[in-house]
Structure formats: structure tokens, C-alpha cells
Design a binder for this molecule. Structure first.
Ligand code: PLP
Length: 379
């Protein structure tokens, strides 16, 4: 069994994908070709934003967004402690300081309560200038945007949505990557919408930030390629990846998002009385970048992972270490007290195999293996 079955996805889509790849090869237009323009239009339309600016990966998408917002040295950006390293790394890359915030035990997303406390203590300290809140739609579930946008508004902060895992999720029909003042996603192969290499995108309704993101991704270009008006980077999405993504986006919209939700539903139905299953608040829709259960303690989690592995079932621990405990952030220790929820989740979470192409018989195999492992614990 694969943790995320990309081979079956290719088998299902290979006719269309191969055709698109051949067309790009024949056109020899490998950088910023027509498929990039078409994909950007389709993505913006799907997400419901005025602009989509594709780029080389999801980390660059965050850097481009922060640069467009003008976030810089001396600024504080509030980042959840329980996420992939890149969410904080991008903040550091532009010279700003990530202030870590604990997460909600139920949704795994940034805690509104702890966020407000961290903003207040940063203001009181008076060293850093609070500029933005970076929300992460972790494991496919949009963050609590009602609460977070109210806080952003109160304190005059930008909201940057890291939708690397959130693409396809929604709240009351409004799509992930449309909640932030500016938002990003990643097309890393195993993300909800993945390409065959690295890729990413920035989304916004703001014309000025969209222009800035476009300039920054092409060496800070001005009115033409060899007119450079600011220090930028080289971060474009390859035409080949855009062509592949056009085929994958169609499948994602037509059936993949529904299929993966059906699978998550089945997992929850069978496992909810056995382990702590993921919570999807009313009106929310997850795109299930991960299906993550929570066990009683680290010993149980590690044992279940080992027993599943013995049965040929791959699982992952996302994430084993809080960001504030990463070696790269040891110098920020003075800002970070304990983050009890994140610290506990790092010891107890376990992500199960999921993809739109997982067969029902495999879902039942995983369910049986988890039940088996739990029973042994009880006995
Ligand atoms: C994957 C991921 C990123 C980075 O995306 P890349 O395309 O790998 O650079 C950023 N944030 C989160 C939450 C992610 O999961």
C-alpha cells in the first residue's frame, strides 16, 4: 500500500498528461508558455480570487507574498507552532521574525486565544513591529477565519494564508486560498493538487500585490525583462508542470476531491469509536492533505505505527517536532514559552494512508489493523 498513491493517479490520467507533455516539448516554450497563463486563469477562477501568480514552489509563494506585503526586518509575523517548517522559514527569509502560536487541539489550526495573547505580548514588549498573521490550512482544513480575520482587523495586521495543504478545502462554499489578504499554495507532488516536481502559487484580489509578486518572481522586473527595478528572485512555474497541472486540476474538480472526502468519511465512520478522528467543523470542507488520528500517548502511537508497518501499511508522523523547538529557531527561545497543545500533538498524532485512489478494501485493511493494535493495548 502507498501512503499517497501517485502511481494510480498517473495510470488514470496518463493519456491526457502524456499528450500535454508532448505538446509542450514540441512548442519548446518551456518558460512562461501558454499553459502557465491558462492555468493561472483556471486556478484564480476555481479559488475565486482576481489574481493567481504561479511560481517555483510553495515556499517561494510565501516569500513572494511577504515581499509583496512589504514584510521586512523588525516585523513580527505570527505563525502556528504546529506546521511544516517552510511556514516559518519564509518569514525568516525576508528578515522578519516568526512568533509561534499554539494550535487548537481539535482542528490542529492556529488558536485564536493564544494568537491574541502573543500579539498583545509582542506589542507590550515593543521590540518587534506586529505586521501579519500567517494562517495554515493544516492537513486540508481551513483555519478558523471568522475568529482570525476579526483579530487581524482589530490589530491592523495582514492575514497571509498558507494554503499549501488546503487547496480545495472550503468554508460555507468559500474556497481555501481566498481567505487571506494574500494566500499561497504548493504543487509539491503529494499535496492535494500536486505536479510532477516543484510548483506553487500566490492568490490575491489586490492588483498592486499581484503586480509586485509577478515582478519579484522574475528578478524584480519592471516594464520589460531587462528593466530591473527591485531585487527579486527566479521563481517561475515550468510550462511542463503547468500543462500537467491543467489535467490534474480537471480531475481534482471533477472527482478527486469528492473521492477523497468519501474515503475520509469511511475512515471516520469506522474509527471514531476507536481513536480520536479528525474534526471537521460544521460548514467546513477539508481537502484531506492528511487524515490524522490522535492516540492517547506516545507509546501507543509509536506501537500502532510499528504494528501497521509490520502489516505493510505506511503511516507518517506530521509533525514530530514543534517549530519553536527546531534547532534553527533556538535563538528565538526568549519569545517562546511552552506550547502545550502542539507539544502533545507531536507525541500523539499519526497520519494514515489516503488518496482519491485508495480502494475501499484498503481502507478496511487500515481500519482493521488500527482496531487490532488498539485491542492489544486494551487487553
Ligand atoms: C509543503 C508546504 C509548504 C512548502 O511548499 P513547497 O512547495 O514544498 O515549498 C509550506 N507550507 C506548508 C504548510 C506545507 O505543507
Amino acid at each position: 500500500m502507498e501512503f499517497r498513491d501517485l502511481k494510480r493517479q498517473y495510470a488514470a490520467l496518463c493519456n491526457d498528461i502524456d499528450k500535454e507533455i508532448k505538446e509542450v516539448m514540441a512548442s519548446a516554450n518551456f518558460i512562461m508558455g501558454q499553459p502557465v497563463v491558462e492555468l493561472e486563469q483556471q486556478l484564480a477562477q476555481y479559488v475565486g480570487t482576481k489574481h493567481c501568480i504561479t511560481c517555483a514552489n510553495g515556499t517561494d509563494a510565501l516569500v513572494l507574498s511577504l515581499k509583496a506585503l512589504g514584510v521586512k526586518e523588525g516585523d513580527a509575523v505570527f505563525v502556528p507552532d504546529f506546521t511544516f517548517f517552510a511556514s516559518a522559514e519564509a518569514v525568516s527569509v525576508v528578515g522578519a521574525t516568526p512568533i509561534f502560536v499554539d494550535v487548537d487541539a481539535e482542528t490542529f489550526n492556529i488558536s485564536a486565544l493564544d494568537l491574541e495573547q502573543k500579539i498583545i505580548s509582542t506589542i507590550n514588549e515593543g521590540v518587534l513591529n506586529p505586521r501579519a498573521i500567517l494562517t495554515v490550512d493544516l492537513f486540508g482544513l481551513p483555519a478558523n477565519y471568522t475568529a482570525i480575520s476579526a483579530i487581524a482587523c482589530n490589530y491592523g495586521l495582514y492575514m497571509l494564508e498558507d494554503g499549501a495543504q488546503g487547496f480545495g478545502g472550503s468554508i460555507a462554499g468559500k474556497k481555501a486560498c481566498s481567505f487571506g489578504d494574500i494566500a499561497t499554495t504548493s504543487f509539491f507532488p503529494s499535496k492535494p493538487l500536486g505536479c510532477y516536481g516543484d510548483g506553487g502559487a500566490v492568490f490575491t484580489n489586490n492588483d498592486e500585490w499581484a503586480e509586485l509578486a509577478k515582478s519579484y518572481r522574475s528578478h524584480g522586473k519592471g516594464i520589460f525583462k531587462y528593466d530591473n527595478v527591485r531585487i527579486g528572485m527566479n521563481s517561475r512555474l515550468d510550462t511542463l508542470q503547468a500543462a500537467i497541472l491543467k489535467v490534474k486540476l480537471k480531475a481534482f474538480v471533477e472527482y478527486e476531491l469528492q473521492s477523497i472526502n468519501d474515503i475520509a468519511c469511511e475512515y471516520t465512520k469506522k474509527l471514531k469509536s476507536v481513536v480520536h478522528t479528525p474534526v471537521v467543523p460544521k460548514g467546513y470542507c477539508s481537502s484531506w492533505a492528511q487524515y490524522t488520528i490522535v492516540l492517547d500517548n506516545k507509546e501507543v502511537r509509536d506501537r500502532i505505527q510499528a504494528e501497521l508497518k509490520n502489516k505493510g501499511i505506511p503511516t507518517m508522523v506530521y509533525y514530530p517536532k514543534p517549530l519553536h523547538k527546531q534547532t534553527a529557531y533556538m535563538h528565538l527561545q526568549s519569545y517562546n514559552d511552552t506550547m502545550p497543545v502542539t507539544e502533545n500533538l507531536c507525541k500523539t498524532v499519526l497520519s494514515l494512508p489516503i488518496s482519491p485512489y485508495l480502494e475501499n478494501i484498503e481502507v478496511q485493511e487500515v481500519v482493521a489493523a488500527v482496531c487490532d493494535a488498539i485491542n492489544i493495548e486494551v487487553a
